[in-house]
Design a protein around this ligand. Structure first.
Ligand code: THU
Length: 138
């Protein structure tokens, strides 16, 4: 695996954060990830007047991943409105897991961690494959 430029990835997340639509929580989030082919995908949170349907930044990121050619996530970081690294919420760890390379790295509040460290014993595509029910490749 190539070296990961965390400063570059955090800058991409911070840029995405500036496009967040968070008038309700006033908590902007931006996310960025390095993809297996070298491109960088981003996302920002997009809230809604119907609070519960708001979208986390990671939702936009995995959508962009698929829209821009697919691939797997190699490294990920998300930041708040102050540009500080934050943890992806539980639901978003699951979103990331779906598209993660084995051992995907995250910059976290406690240093660089793997996806397996932040989502241990994850349920994933393999569990469905065992029952013949998915086309996912993980
Ligand atoms: N948020 C994200 O975008 N990603 C996360 O992983 C944590 C939370 C957003 C959702 C909501 O718009 C705001 O942060 C406050 O919870």
């Amino acid at each position: 695996m190539t070296d990961i430029d965390w400063d570059d990835l955090r800058a991409a997340a911070t840029e995405a954060m500036q496009r967040a639509y968070a008038p309700y929580s006033r908590y902007k989030v931006g996310a960025a990830a390095l993809v297996t082919d070298g491109r960088v995908v981003q996302g920002c949170n997009v809230e809604n007047a119907s609070y519960g349907v708001g979208l986390c930044a990671e939702c936009g990121l995995v959508s962009e991943l698929n829209m821009s050619g697919g691939g797997r996530l190699v490294a990920f970081v998300c930041v708040n409105g102050d540009g500080e690294t934050i943890m992806p919420c539980g639901r978003c760890r699951q979103l990331l897991y779906e598209f993660a390379v084995p051992g995907m790295l995250l910059e976290t509040v406690s240093g660089i961690r793997t996806i397996d460290e932040v989502l241990p014993d994850a349920f994933g595509p393999r569990d469905l494959q065992a029952h013949g029910g998915t086309e996912a490749v993980q």
